[in-house]
Write a protein that binds this ligand. Structure first.
Ligand code: DGP
Length: 115
């Protein structure tokens, strides 16, 4: 846990969120500024800064988060129509919260390339 991290605070329940999934590994909740009809963040309970921190020791955390993303997509009814899973890394990657998270976006046609 990181004292001043907004997602650690959400995991602890210090900041409220609209949860859509929770288990021992992770929490999934709706993004406060949704960029699509479905916009869910999948966040590990342990504080990891970003995808850049992946290693042999924690790779199963990342695999678990992606599994949850696919499960939430099914639960949200967007598995058939399609969706996007993205993680931003660092300043130029557009990361604003430095606690690993995957965005699950769907419910509309996505464009490419992203902005
Ligand atoms: P990123 O820019 O990739 O680091 O994404 C961070 C996302 O987190 C952004 O889409 C907005 C969302 N967010 C930031 N603070 C909060 C919060 O307090 N609650 C919720 N639900 N989402 C938040």
């Amino acid at each position: 846990m990181s004292e001043n991290c907004v997602f650690c605070k959400i995991v602890r329940g210090d900041i409220p969120s609209t949860k859509v999934y929770e288990d021992d590994l992770a929490l999934a909740f709706r993004d406060i500024t949704p960029a699509a009809p479905t916009h869910v963040l999948i966040v590990p309970k342990q504080h990891i800064s970003s995808l850049a921190e992946i290693s042999d020791a924690n790779a199963e955390v990342y695999a678990g988060l992606l599994k949850i993303a696919a499960q939430v997509a099914r639960d949200e009814g967007i598995a058939e129509s399609g969706y996007r899973v993205v993680t931003n890394i660092g300043d130029e990657g557009g990361q604003s919260v430095h606690h690993l998270h995957f965005h699950l976006l769907g419910g509309r046609k996505m464009t490419w390339p992203p902005g």
